[in-house]
Design a protein. Structure first.
Length: 327
């Protein structure tokens, strides 16, 4: 994403912002990264949190003690994405240095360096069973890797520009990707074939996320909106339908994440805010204005107790969100 251009236009975009619901959530913890944070990921047991940042580092915190337990070095450029494997044993990272790296999450040691992309790697996703790892790149491709061995698998080609984001459906059979060509594509993970292509947001699509039941896909884009799509079951897998357009951000939206129970969706963007949406009604439940720069990443803990946000202001904030107030 072009952060400079987005920030340059923020003052204009914010003129005429509406009055939004107040923030009912408390900031439970502030973690200092000291550099712009591009991605955050909870471990499956919700006891650890990883963050990738612009200083080429990955930081790993122990949440019960609120201490930094490891700083992982090795990438030569910005770390754009981090993700824990479903079993929590492996941490994957993607970087502008064109590599994907796998780390032993307990020891903090690098286990493998995956090479294949010819330009910066923007995003990652593990399949629900942990067997596959998908990576998205500026080279217009999505690559599938054997998560255990690091061996390269299928190369998914179809996008006409940078691929910004990837996400597996809960059943692992479908992979969604989206990017600068303003399209969202659905792929069959078994065959590597494209199942559907449809226009996403009216601009670059920065992020996608499946709901826990796999029926809804959320997309975030440079048109200041979050969109919800019906992607299954049946014909919707090949012919997705738009469900809703959620408007509230006053600029590019960079990230989305569903709560574990699927009733809430968090989004963050260039306007420094995190918005929590009530999925059944499509209404804003809360607006969290706690950061002082763009929010690049949001993630829920697996138990649904916390929401984490990573920002260009160099911090990771954790909010206690277990109790859902009504919108």
């Amino acid at each position: 994403m072009n952060k400079a251009a987005c920030l340059a236009g923020l003052a204009v975009l914010c003129a005429g912002c509406a009055t939004f619901p107040s923030n009912p959530y408390q900031t439970a913890l502030t973690l200092q990264a000291g550099a712009p944070v591009n991605s955050v990921s909870f471990s499956p047991d919700s006891r650890s949190l990883a963050a990738g940042s612009d200083d080429d580092l990955i930081r790993l915190w122990d949440l019960p003690s609120s201490t930094l337990k490891a700083t992982l070095t090795g990438h030569q450029k910005e770390v754009e994405f981090v993700s824990f494997s479903p079993d929590g044993k492996t941490l994957a990272s993607a970087s502008y240095d064109q590599t994907v790296r796998l780390w032993d999450a307990q020891k903090g040691a690098m286990a493998a360096e995956l090479k294949g992309h010819t330009k910066a790697v923007e995003a990652l996703a593990f399949s629900p069973d942990g067997k596959l790892l998908a990576s998205a790149s500026w080279d217009h491709t999505v690559r599938l890797w054997d998560a255990a061995t690091g061996q390269a698998g299928a190369v998914l080609q179809g996008h006409l520009d940078t691929v910004e984001t990837v996400a597996f459906a809960p059943d692992g059979k479908t992979l969604a990707s989206a990017g600068d060509d303003k399209t969202i594509r659905l792929w069959d993970t078994a065959t590597g074939k494209e199942k559907a292509t449809f226009p996403g947001n009216q601009g670059i699509v920065e992020a996608v996320a499946f709901s826990p039941d796999g029926k809804t896909l959320a997309s975030a884009g440079d048109d200041s909106s979050v969109r919800l799509w019906d992607v299954g079951p049946g014909d919707r897998v090949t012919d997705p339908a738009s469900i809703a357009r959620l408007s509230g951000h006053s600029g590019n939206v960079y990230c989305v994440a569903f709560s574990p129970d699927g009733t809430r969706l968090a989004s963050g963007g260039v306007d420094h805010s995190v918005i929590i949406w009530d999925i059944p009604t499509g209404q804003m439940a809360a607006v969290i204005d706690a950061h002082t720069a763009a929010v690049e990443s949001v993630a829920y803990s697996s138990d649904g107790v916390y929401l984490a946000s990573g920002s260009d202001d160099g911090t990771v904030l954790l909010f206690a969100v277990k109790a859902h107030p009504k919108p």
